[in-house]
Write a protein that binds this ligand. Structure first.
Ligand code: NAD
Length: 281
């Protein structure tokens, strides 16, 4: 058995094409404000890619750049200003923020309607309630779309989420629970991870441990979503050992070309949804 490859790049492209068509007919275009503070090289690349993708589909962008020594009050003032600005529909603060900044305080200040990353406690609460009004964080939202693309019947499936971060692990666990999966969340203190992997029909790995998941631990026919972005000797790889799992899984996401492109597409979708809500469309 060789797994079907869940091609996130292709799916993301078709979603972006569809979003572009929706934006094209709008007289006033949606606007995404992006805040980048510090000199984290990976963050600079992520921001560049997000801005480019937004502009390609006709979303207007404004980039707000700050040095590493930015003050908490400067960022808070900017968020307050962007919240008030009627032209701005979405606010995205690239994480991580510089060490001295209270990241949570900044994210909590964003107007939940403009919170296109879905990190505000209000949106996290709506997700927990299973509300369809929740803004869902881009990466977990993209993962669900990839899973839906397999036509899997989620009900009663054993889903294992590896990682419990606010941005991936916890929200994807909640989304899978809302879809009636039986969800287990593993983390760095979890014991006997292999036996949990062995029982899982769906494995979503977001722990940032290169090639942690091997084919031999996997249940035959499991669906494997690899969120990890790691490097071994400069070469990009996920949390999953692709070579050993590809013959055991029924579906698998590649790294790169799986979850990553979906994350960007979902950020664009969240921006358009924010625009529609603010314009009561
Ligand atoms: P994080 O560092 O905030 O969290 C990692 C989680 O993994 C923690 O909860 C930790 O307890 C758990 N963990 C660590 N080692 C473990 C182990 N040996 N066994 C089980 N659990 C373990 O990371 P994050 O921000 O959630 O990101 C996770 C990975 O996903 C990273 O590689 C990151 O680069 C990647 N990522 C990719 C995308 C994308 O769009 N493709 C988006 C976000 C994050």
């Amino acid at each position: 058995m060789t797994a079907n490859i869940l091609n996130g790049k292709e799916l993301a492209l078709s979603i972006r094409k569809n979003l572009k068509q929706q934006v094209e007919v709008l007289t006033n275009k949606p606007c995404l404000a992006v805040v980048l503070a510090g000199d984290n090289e990976a963050s600079k690349i992520y921001v560049k890619n997000k801005l480019k993708a937004a502009e390609e589909i006709g979303i207007e962008t404004s980039l707000f750049l700050f040095d590493t020594d930015v003050k908490q009050s400067e960022l808070e003032n900017l968020i307050n200003k962007l919240n008030e600005d009627k032209k701005v529909n979405g606010i995205m603060v690239q994480l991580p923020l510089p060490e001295k900044i209270d990241e949570k305080a900044i994210l909590n200040l964003i107007n939940p309607v403009k919170d296109v990353d879905g990190f505000h406690p209000y949106n996290i609460g709506l997700l927990q309630n299973g509300s369809d009004k929740a803004v869902i964080a881009a990466t977990p939202k993209g993962i669900i779309r990839l899973l839906e693309n397999t036509s899997i019947d989620f009900e009663g499936k054993n889903a294992l989420v590896i990682g419990r971060s606010q941005i991936v692990g916890k929200p994807i666990a909640m989304l899978l629970l809302n879809k009636n999966c039986t969800v287990t969340v593993a983390h760095s203190k979890t014991q006997n991870l292999e036996s949990l992997i062995n029982q899982a029909d769906i494995v979503v790995s977001a722990c940032g441990c290169p090639k942690l998941i091997k084919g031999e631990s996997l249940k035959q026919g499991a669906i494997v979503i690899d969120v990890g972005i790691n490097r071994i000797d400069g070469k990009l790889c996920g949390d999953v050992d692709f070579e050993s799992t590809v013959n055991k899984a029924s579906f698998i996401t590649p790294v790169p070309g799986g979850v990553g492109p979906m994350t960007i597409a979902m950020l664009l979708e969240n921006t358009l949804i924010a625009y529609q809500k603010q314009n009561k469309l």
